[in-house]
Design a protein around this ligand. Structure first.
Ligand code: RB5
Length: 149
């Protein structure tokens, strides 16, 4: 799968770990940076290009990391067509895709250990949207709100 990934300084080390993990699993990784650790960089500079690539279909799914994952998720969700969520548990990494069509997984680089983060990523990438009528109905209501803005 062609996967995009982005981080600011708060998730820099975790992003490097996840890039290696994704490549070892055979995924194609598009890295949106940061490429060097700079303590004063800003997560929107990396997360917005990632979110735009997901919305455009240039990458199939995205992984956005920052210190807590909060800023990354707030930022990514401003891009139309993005369903991003801050995830810290296995259940939500799976159900977020199946029920809510999550297409960007957000992780906190300062709150999540590398092994749990790898499990969250693997679970997210293995999950598929259910296409169930009730989930489509709910997402239709979300999309309507998005279109009205
Ligand atoms: C940067 O220090 C930090 O605020 C950022 O990485 C993120 O945690 C914001 O949500």
């Amino acid at each position: 799968m062609r996967i995009g990934i982005a981080t600011d300084h708060g998730g820099f080390n975790l992003k490097e770990t996840l890039v290696d993990h994704l490549k070892a699993a055979g995924h194609e990784v598009v890295d949106f940076g940061a490429f060097t650790l700079k303590e004063d960089d800003d997560y929107p500079d990396f997360v917005i290009p990632l979110a735009e690539a997901v919305a455009a279909g240039d990458v199939v799914r995205g992984i956005a990391v920052c210190g807590s994952g909060v800023g990354a998720s707030v930022c990514a969700n401003k891009v139309k067509g993005v369903h991003a969520a801050l995830i810290a548990d296995h259940f939500s990494a799976k159900q977020g895709v199946e029920d809510d069509h999550m297409n960007i997984l957000c992780i906190g680089g300062r709150t999540q250990g590398p092994e749990v983060a790898k499990d969250l990523v693997d679970t997210f990438l293995a999950a598929e949207f259910s296409d169930a009528p009730r989930h489509l109905r709910r997402l239709g209501k979300v999309a309507k709100l998005e279109s009205a803005q």
